[in-house]
Design a protein around this ligand. Sequence first.
Ligand SMILES: C[S@@+](CC[C@H](N)C(=O)[O-])C[C@H]1O[C@@H](n2cnc3c(N)ncnc32)[C@H](O)[C@@H]1O
Length: 295
Amino acid sequence: MPLSTRRPAALRVFDRVVRGDARTVLERLPAESVHLAVTSPPYNVRIEYRGYSDDLPPDQYLEWLKGVWRALHRVLVPGGRFVLNVAPTSIKDFRPIHHDLSRDLRALGYIMRTEIIWYKQTMGRRTAWGSWRSPSNPHIVPSWEYVLVFSKGQWRLPGDPAAVDITAREFERFSDGFWQIPPERRRKGHPAPFPEELIERLVKFYSYRGNVVLDMFGGTGTVAAVARRLGRHYLNIDSSAEYCRLAAERIRAATPPPDAPIPPPPRSVAGPRATAGSPVSRPSAPPAASAPAAR
Ligand SMILES: C[S@@+](CC[C@H](N)C(=O)[O-])C[C@H]1O[C@@H](n2cnc3c(N)ncnc32)[C@H](O)[C@@H]1O
């Protein structure tokens, strides 16, 4: 067979850290293999990440992300969830980016379940008042972020009732959509890591033990580490070798409780080379990057 027509081998789906471009890696995963994806993409607000610039023109940024959302849709199981965290844009160049993203995701066929307001309790450190004590041009300071929640194809996610681990008290608290959680103060080598509490709530609320949880812009592996600690399988993708290295270290340290080992993933997801509970894999060689701005 000529090389150009050969399909790349499918990647094993879970318990891996993969260095590569999010969309390219997603396109190599088997269809319907992920139960929950939680991510925050680069915000396009000029944050200094390792290896690329975070300031694409807004329409190019949204177009690039659309390719990732399309690739993700194929990979989610029916009823699989996608949780997208996004911060408001800067005060001066304000654009309702969360509206743009919701519109794009719904146009791609995702069901929008809800939005959660993550209130970060950061008003003590505010600096930008605009016109102080005057209605001429005052500023609202974004002290929150959006957590937009989608489903693929159907609202329900089938699962084993014995693999539910959320308590009644947690369920009551988390189902109130205003989440007061301070931002992560320990940077762990990354400019914008998730606080673990945010991810714990999402993983427990939206997935079963033994499910596969993905972050395709995984940074230093907060989603993967929390997922593993809570008895889920993980897949962490990031384009930076350094962040992947830090993520692998962190995930290795995040062990599930010994009395509650991680259930094997459903057979449909396991694939021929999968072994439940396999160790954190070394970051693989990056698939060829195809997104703009060295992403
Ligand atoms: C907002 S950060 C995510 C941080 C993460 N939530 C954490 O807790 O560490 C976005 C990440 O996307 C990564 N990234 C940028 N372009 C990418 C691409 N094309 N494919 C995969 N990852 C990419 C960056 O290296 C960065 O770590």
